[in-house]
Design a protein around this ligand. Structure first.
Ligand code: FAD
Length: 463
């Protein structure tokens, strides 16, 4: 074991250092299961330990990659054999929960689901929600500025964070554990770490905002005859359901059909011949009143020709069955293997033209092999696009990326809606950011991490 590892062992103890098979048996890619190649995984138990670990790494010019729950899907956690991984998995305590101040203080390694459950136990809710809730961590959610299914109502992770603590590459601890909604005392430093994918500092603790619990949940799956009807339906739902609308998820026919009839894994809730489907959900306070209003709005949509059929969930099991069609990504991974996955955002009126153009260019290049599946958080202008050309060679990947990303600038879209840049989208950052924006990112990186030791090579390259 080299000197640095011995020094780190003295700081975190034997249970805090993993080497050999304990490293390679872990995966750095949720889709492929590719093994971790780092020379060791360091598992601090406190901010103080992590600060000492980082100070030692800084002295030794040792690059470090941070791991949370490893559900990120842009290769942000990939580590090469010269790099160390810092995992926050042992920093997983809920430190305080305050029903009056509506806050929860957590260590960064706690999972999203545990925070949701802790909030429920005191009659409140933590509204960030996504399919990986059982594994992803609050530190990872902050580092990626995660979105998910309730952004339309509660915003992204950024809107849930009141304060945080981070350790910089040289071991400096920046404790900014603000609990108040208002605090304009100088720069809002937490924003530097939210969405910077572990390239500016390692998030160790956070103060999160809780929201009142909403006991009434109304969920429907509807069949929609056209993209125009889908956008009109979103408009109607936003107006008529106003502040209670908490999710509006769109499924293209290719997604719904694959998840239900073609895979045989999920029973079709509606017939599979509609061009589009939407999952609409509201959260409210009065079950009887909300249910009546919700079905009236769906009736209105039916009469206006915006939907052709609908199923309202009348039990928790039915709601679960509807959401499983949207969230069971493993069915897609299996059916489209080898699969390329994309997460883009676009102004909603441009989405149909973008998807049609993409599909026809894929068909022109791979007439028999290509298959495209589209779904997403329509209310947030966010599409998830899964593509297979039955060949995952680097050249095919590059060609598909070009088809997906290059039209986005003209449509006013972004190469990353919510998953971040990581390694995967780094080459395309200039599609969505100007040279001046990228230059400022590089200046921030150089100021906070002058040796370029934190998540090296991810998001941007230091000149
Ligand atoms: P990791 O994967 O461990 O890390 C992600 C990045 O953050 C890496 O760059 C890592 O270095 C960095 N990082 C992790 N922890 C820290 C820390 N403490 N300090 C600094 N940097 C850190 N994402 C969405 O936004 N919306 C969705 O709806 C959504 N659905 C998903 C569904 C499934 C089935 C899966 C597998 C993923 C989904 N994701 C979604 C992606 C993923 O869950 C999120 O990006 C999540 O926020 C990552 O959290 P994590 O703890 O797993 O982070």
């Amino acid at each position: 074991m080299d000197k640095l590892l011995n020094d780190l062992l003295a700081i975190v103890g034997p249970a805090g250092v993993l080497v050999g098979d304990d490293v390679s048996q872990r995966s750095v890619d949720w889709f492929t299961g590719a093994p971790c190649q780092a020379k060791a995984i360091i598992r601090p138990r406190s901010t103080e330990q992590l600060s000492r670990v980082m100070a030692a790494c800084y002295q030794a010019d040792q690059p470090v990659v941070t791991h949370g729950g490893m559900t990120g899907i842009v290769h942000g956690g990939v580590a090469n054999p010269d790099e160390l991984v810092v995992s926050l998995e042992l920093m997983n305590h809920i430190e305080e929960i305050d029903a009056v101040g509506s806050t929860i203080d957590v260590q960064a390694g706690v999972t999203l689901q545990r925070v949701q459950e802790a909030a429920e136990e005191i009659g409140m809710q933590f509204p960030l929600d996504l399919g990986a809730r059982g594994s992803c961590t609050i530190g990872g959610n902050i580092a990626t500025n995660a979105g998910g299914i309730r952004v339309i109502r509660y915003g992204m992770m950024r809107q849930q964070v009141l304060g945080l603590e981070a350790v910089l590459s040289d071991g400096t601890v920046v404790s900014s554990l603000n609990k108040m909604l208002k605090n304009n005392a100088g720069y809002d430093l937490k924003q530097l770490f939210i969405g910077s994918e572990g390239t500016l500092g390692i998030v160790t603790r956070a103060v999160l905002r809780l929201q009142p619990h909403m006991p009434s949940e109304q969920t429907a799956l509807v069949a929609v005859p056209s993209f125009d009807a889908l956008t009109q339906l979103l408009k109607l739902a936003s107006r008529e359901l106003a502040n209670s609308l908490s999710a509006f998820e769109a499924l293209w026919n290719n997604h719904y059909r694959l998840m239900t009839t073609q895979s045989g894994k999920h029973a079709p809730v509606l017939a599979d011949d509609s061009p589009f489907y939407a999952i609409i959900e509201t959260l409210g306070l009065d079950e009887a009143q909300d249910a009546e209003h919700f079905s009236l709005v769906l009736q209105q949509a039916l009469e206006a020709g915006l939907i052709t059929d609908a199923v309202l969930a009348s039990s928790h099991a039915q709601r679960h069955a509807i959401w499983a069609i949207r969230e069971d990504i493993e069915v897609l991974v299996h059916a489209l293997k080898p699969m390329f996955s994309y997460d883009v955002s676009l102004p909603i009126p441009n989405m149909a033209a973008y998807v049609e153009g993409l599909e026809s260019r894929l068909k022109a290049q791979w007439p028999d092999a290509s298959k495209l599946v589209v779904f997403g958080h329509l209310g947030d202008g966010n599409l998830h696009i899964m593509i297979t050309v039955r060949d995952d060679s680097p050249e095919s990947r590059r060609q598909v990326e070009q088809l997906v990303y290059s039209p986005l600038k003209a449509f006013g879209g972004s190469i990353s809606a919510e998953h971040g840049i990581g390694l995967e989208k780094k080459a395309y950052l200039s599609v969505s950011r100007t040279p001046a924006e990228i230059a400022l990112m590089q200046r921030l990186k150089a100021a906070l991490d002058p040796k370029g030791l934190l998540n090296p090579g991810k998001v941007i390259t230091l000149e």
